[in-house]
Write a protein that binds this ligand. Structure first.
Ligand SMILES: NC(=O)c1ccc[n+]([C@@H]2O[C@H](COP(=O)([O-])OP(=O)(O)OC[C@H]3O[C@@H](n4cnc5c(N)ncnc54)[C@H](O)[C@@H]3O)[C@@H](O)[C@H]2O)c1
Length: 467
């Protein structure tokens, strides 16, 4: 058996501490964190405590950590979107193999710089495109490769961001303003562009795009709405974005879980919706139910380090997540459509919007031999196929075995990262990173097309940055 891979964590926030951190605790034989860089002391100390990192290996910033001699094989870069280039380029140059959260960077030039640095240094660069690693998209890839659809003529892919996720991340949260984060089409859909390029295995020739911020603006605020939900909002009983409904009752979250799960989880989520008191009482003897009665995961974990009900209430009274959604000063779109023509004449549309009742990605693919419909939601996913001539239909349940965020994709990505470091070849990871770059270029081009109201030729656009 091999020793665990040593790694440093840069940015102990949601992704670093709550999504990737637990991997090392669950599989100590595979991954061990030996240092952390995080300016927020409570986060740094908590991560260090959980991973037994000594005081001298706890740093306040990535600059401090990466100015010391290399101390591990891997570096996980989990800082916010606008802070990816500095730590990843420096870590690669210092000899670390890097797992970098998406987006690679927020401009095409910076993305190219990161990829070029990986190529020059010969280090591995993995990008957090976790959905590629889910059972659902692996199966979709396999079905497309099998040829059963015949020639693919048309694709309609939708990223249906739920109304409560939209306001959490893109109205009240860290991705609300483009100047501080990224265009939403990059933040949310670099995944989708990457998946489309991968499953269709063709290049995009040209694209156009429309979209804007329609709803979450001050002029749409209900009459008499205060700046914060808890300050006497007159429509607190009917507003879908009312903060206590989203974060204290958590009803939209449990609806999503109930609608997309099966078995015991479905039953428990439905009971939680109808009788939360009952779930709380039974959880005293059935520990599994405490995950619902005392839920501390996302999105609650963004509001407080220890998201008890009291801490959440305090956050709603004083923090950004208690603000009325019409007065948040947000400027990213709440819907955007990208129309693309792929090689061979295939037409592909990507719709991203933040007004969905349930969270989930849906894909419809029309081929000359069969049609395909697919859906991946919070806790479940499936693919359906209908053959034109025989009228035979197939249904695959693609729900991941490995539970956890992103349909098990987070865990599988980490496993691939660790294995790849153990095997030691940078070539495979660089190929995937270059593919990730293509997905980012599509997102940047879509934004340019939307703002400039024009059609972008992708060959010309790519040449601008990749010559
Ligand atoms: N792969 C995915 O599907 C996926 C999902 C969600 C988020 N993300 C991406 O992950 C990244 C992190 O998102 P998050 O939600 O964890 O954000 P976060 O704000 O919770 O975490 C970022 C952390 O970086 C820390 N930080 C700030 N300056 C630093 C410095 N100088 N040195 C070290 N750390 C510093 C912050 O204090 C914070 O704790 C973002 O780029 C986001 O877009 C990816």
């Amino acid at each position: 058996m091999q020793d665990p891979i040593d790694a440093v964590l840069i940015g102990a926030g949601q992704r670093g501490a709550n999504d990737y951190g637990p991997y090392a605790l669950r599989y100590p034989d595979r991954l061990r964190f030996v240092a952390v860089a995080e300016p927020i002391q409570e986060r740094r100390t908590r991560f260090a405590h959980l991973h037994k990192i000594p005081l001298e290996e706890q740093y306040e910033s990535w600059e401090d950590l990466l100015s010391t001699p290399q101390k591990a094989r891997g570096a996980l870069i989990c800082t916010q979107d606008q802070m990816h280039v500095g730590p990843s380029v420096t870590a690669l140059q210092r000899g670390y193999d890097v797992l970098l959260e998406k987006p690679i960077a927020t401009t095409p030039e910076d993305c190219v710089q990161v990829i070029d640095t990986a190529a020059e240094t010969g280090r591995q660069l993995h990008i957090g495109h976790v959905l590629r690693f889910t059972r659902h998209f692996q199966k979709l890839h396999q079905v497309l490769r099998s040829g059963i659809l015949g020639e693919v003529i048309n694709v309609d892919h939708r990223e249906n961001v739920s109304f409560w996720h939209m306001v959490h991340s893109y109205v009240r949260g860290a991705w609300a303003n483009q100047a501080d984060s990224s265009p939403m089409i990059l933040a949310k859909c670099c995944h989708d562009f990457d998946l489309l390029l991968w499953i269709l295995d063709r290049k995009c020739k040209h694209l156009s795009s429309i979209g804007q911020l329609v709803h979450f603006r001050p002029e749409n605020a209900p009459s008499g709405a205060p700046a914060r939900c808890l300050d006497g909002c007159p429509i607190s009983d009917t507003c879908p974005y009312f903060a206590p409904f989203v974060y204290l009752d958590l009803l939209p979250l449990w609806r999503d879980v109930a609608d997309t799960s099966t078995g015991l989880v479905k039953f428990a989520a439905k009971t939680q919706l109808r009788a939360p008191g009952l779930v709380r009482a039974v959880s005293k003897v059935v520990p599994f139910l405490r995950q619902m009665s005392d839920y501390r995961g996302w999105p609650r974990s963004v509001l407080a380090l220890e998201p008890t009900s009291d801490a959440i209430l305090e956050a709603l009274q004083n923090g950004p997540y208690g603000r009325c959604v019409y007065f948040c000063g947000n400027d990213v779109v709440d819907h955007q459509v990208v129309l693309m023509q792929f090689e061979g004449g295939m037409s592909v549309s990507l719709t991203m919007h933040g007004h969905s009742h349930l969270e989930g990605r849906s894909t419809r693919i029309e081929g000359t031999r069969a049609s395909l419909n697919a859906f991946v939601g919070f806790r479940g996913s499936w693919i359906e196929l209908n053959e034109h001539r025989s009228d035979r239909s197939f249904r695959y349940d693609t729900t991941g075995e490995v539970r956890g965020a992103h349909g098990g994709g987070d865990v599988e990505l980490m496993t691939a990262f660790v294995k790849s470091l153990q095997d030691g070849s940078s070539q495979h990871s660089l190929t995937i990173a270059r593919q990730a770059l293509q997905s980012h270029l599509l997102a940047f081009a879509a934004e340019e097309a939307r703002l400039g109201k024009r059609v972008v030729d992708m060959e010309e656009y790519s040449e601008r940055y990749l010559s």
